[in-house]
Design a protein around this ligand. Structure first.
Ligand SMILES: C[S@@+](CC[C@H](N)C(=O)[O-])C[C@H]1O[C@@H](n2cnc3c(N)ncnc32)[C@H](O)[C@@H]1O
Length: 215
């Protein structure tokens, strides 16, 4: 397991216990996402954490594979899914997988495009090879498929966050973080072969929601 996956695994129980910071912004993210999904869709989620969002969205699509490289996160997601199965509320098409977003099992090189949508919430700023990731997402999507993401953009506060995060990284208390601006994020998405069809900040001002269509 790489050191970032270890970091997130260590954090997983605490992460699960933590209430969602801004409920209204979270509900808005879900509602806007659902507007773009349909009952026949095959969906892949990257960096799904403990599966909260997957469990909210999976009932509205045909299949939903939620992935994360932190075994601790997926362990909690599986526990929650097992509870839902017992209660008869689990969604048939939902599955969880421990895997790095760059793994072959998630993103097979030269694999056929198979997804209608790839979702990634609070994830892309943690990726150290963003262009490579988006090229893979693009290849996985069917023609016209959607990359729907929400990304923390810290560039305008890098003077504050960069040194803080660097110190925390030294003591193992922070993962890799890419300081993106909204502009650089959207440029990266566009140059990877997507057209941006919707944006928003949920919450303002730094959590950038982007719906991008494969062109
Ligand atoms: C900030 S959490 C967000 C979790 C969830 N998407 C949410 O919005 O609550 C970031 C998640 O991304 C996962 N992650 C980071 N880099 C990853 C990678 N390269 N492959 C798979 N998962 C990754 C972490 O393990 C963590 O669960």
């Amino acid at each position: 397991m790489n050191k970032n996956a270890k970091f997130w695994t260590r954090l997983s129980r605490k992460y699960a216990a933590h209430p969602i910071k801004d409920e209204a912004a979270y509900e808005k993210t879900l509602a806007r996402t659902l507007e773009h999904l349909g009952p026949d869709d095959a969906v892949l989620e990257l960096g799904c954490g403990t599966g909260t969002t997957a469990m909210r969205l999976a009932g509205d699509v045909k299949s939903y594979l939620a992935t994360d490289f932190a075994g601790g996160m997926i362990e909690i997601a599986e526990e929650r899914l097992a509870e839902q199965r017992q209660q008869g509320t689990a969604h048939e098409g939902l599955g969880f997988l421990v895997a790095d977003a760059f793994d072959e099992q998630v993103m097979p090189a030269g694999g056929k495009p198979g997804y209608d949508a790839v979702l990634a919430y609070n994830f892309f700023h943690l990726v150290d090879e963003p262009d490579d990731l988006l090229a893979r997402v693009h290849a996985l999507l069917k023609p016209g498929g959607l990359y729907i993401s929400k990304t923390v953009c810290l560039k305008d506060r890098a003077w504050l966050f960069a040194p803080l995060i660097a110190i925390m990284q030294l003591i193992g208390k922070a993962p890799y973080v890419n300081m993106l601006s909204i502009r650089s994020l959207e440029e990266t998405i566009r140059k990877s072969g997507f057209e941006i069809i919707e944006t928003g900040n949920y919450p303002e001002p730094r959590s950038r929601f982007v719906v991008a269509r494969k062109v």
